[in-house]
Write a protein that binds this ligand. Structure first.
Ligand code: NIG
Ligand code: FE
Length: 413
């Protein structure tokens, strides 16, 4: 009997890289010095096999590779891990460009929200869109993210706020390759007189199916949205249904969201623009990841979150875009990295770790993505620079030369 044919191996070699930069080690989430440590290989190669990273090293140590190998010339380029966006709202109908113009003229985000605009205007447009239109929207936004170097994205629902549109949103996100988070508790829709009645409906009628479609649940804790006691009821029920817990916390006002996130052992507390010293200390002493969204603060002209203080206190910090039509119409994690360095006073190394390893941890995937190391998914970005720190340095720069996902080139310019 003859031996079975060896399974075919698809191999991709990236050679002559100026630098290969990756967060070091295997631990997650990273804090303190580990967050600030990026391993650097110069004059490097990177070998991918069947969608995973097989080996990395110096060019002088490159072994001979018999058989078929696709090659990419990395000269003049740096390789970093594919970026991970752990907080987006990419599934929506319409846009808010009119509201953007009103805000430019002085109207505030909270005033527009209270007058039935803001999130609720996107809810009307999202309800009016069918499944195909929502899928097309997610696909379009995913392509924008990919061109900016994002190889993994999470997206929340939260612009349906009725059973059918919430579930359609979660399906559309998953169908287009996103990691779905159920943000049923984003705002109280107009057909409900109060938040408690809306939560009764969400937990009885939507949660059972949402828990099958989503990986996590999220809630907007804020004046005019949900109070901490309501968030607690919603999140406890979501946890019992098997979902990981996230929270929009302290965006405008500090009202107990952080202590609740710590008490519930949530995966993350996101935003934190209004978080004070006690909240910083509580997060640092916990396993909850502080997800910072500096574009959202910039886009709304709000104070930035206390990034440096959180990192110095020992908190696990991640960075994300918060891509959405109202408060952050920006899909670029490189721009987020620039703002992290210039506004939050993180180092380029801390910024890279925060939107790779730590973001992967928030999504429960730090064992598979977010690092350039053997065994990890071959998700990579090649930057058109000889120093990877241009990722943060070149504000809005057109740096992303090639994006590789699971060992396949998915974007190149
Ligand atoms: O994270 N703050 C609540 N939700 C989103 C904004 C949603 C919107 O304005 O449409 C955020 O900023
Ligand atoms: Fe958000």
């Amino acid at each position: 009997m003859s031996d079975p044919e060896p399974a075919s191996v698809s191999r991709l070699l990236i050679r002559d890289l100026e630098q290969l930069a990756t967060p070091a080690g295997r631990d997650a989430p990273l804090r303190r010095e580990a967050l600030d440590t990026v391993e650097l290989l110069e004059d490097a190669f990177l070998l991918c096999e069947n969608g995973r990273i097989a080996a990395t090293g110096r060019m002088r140590d490159l072994p001979s590779l018999p058989g078929e190998v696709e090659e990419i010339d990395g000269s003049g380029r740096c390789a970093i891990p594919g970026l991970v966006d752990c907080h987006t709202h990419a599934c929506f109908g319409g846009d808010r460009v009119g509201e953007f113009a009103l805000r430019a003229g002085g109207a505030s985000y909270e005033e527009l929200h209270a007058a039935g605009g803001g999130i609720l205007s996107t809810v009307r447009a999202t309800r009016a869109a069918g499944e195909e239109e929502l899928r097309a929207a997610v696909r379009r936004h995913r392509e924008w993210m990919l061109r900016a170097g994002t190889t993994t994205f999470e997206s929340k629902s939260g612009y349906g706020l009725d059973r059918e549109t919430e579930l359609t949103s979660l399906r559309a996100i998953a169908a287009e390759g996103g990691i779905p988070t159920w943000l049923g508790a984003h705002a109280v829709p107009p057909e409900f007189s109060d938040g408690d009645a809306y939560l009764d409906f969400l937990l009885a009628d939507v949660l059972p199916e949402a828990a099958r479609l989503a990986e996590a649940a999220d809630v907007f804790v804020e004046e005019g949205a949900f109070e901490p006691d309501q968030a607690s009821r919603y999140l406890e029920a979501c946890r019992a249904a098997g979902l990981a817990l996230r929270m929009h916390a302290d965006q405008f006002t500090e009202r107990g969201a952080v202590p609740l996130a710590v008490e519930l052992d949530a995966r993350s507390a996101d935003h934190l623009e209004a978080t004070g010293p006690e909240g910083i200390a509580a997060l640092a002493a916990s396993e909850v990841v502080a997800v910072l969204l500096p574009v959202s603060a910039l886009f709304l002209g709000r104070p930035t979150p206390p990034g440096r203080a959180l990192v110095d206190a020992g908190a696990a910090v991640a960075l994300a875009t918060d891509f959405n039509p109202g408060s952050s119409f920006c899909e670029s994690l490189p721009i987020v990295c620039t703002l992290a360095c210039t506004q939050l006073h993180l180092s380029p190394e801390e910024a890279l770790s925060a939107c790779t390893v730590n973001a992967a941890h928030v999504l429960g995937r730090a064992d598979r993505i977010g690092r350039v190391a053997p065994g990890f998914a071959a998700d990579l970005v090649l930057l058109d620079t000889s120093d990877w720190r241009y990722l943060a340095y070149h504000l809005g720069g057109d740096l992303v030369a090639t994006v590789i996902r699971r060992g396949e080139v998915v974007f190149t310019r």
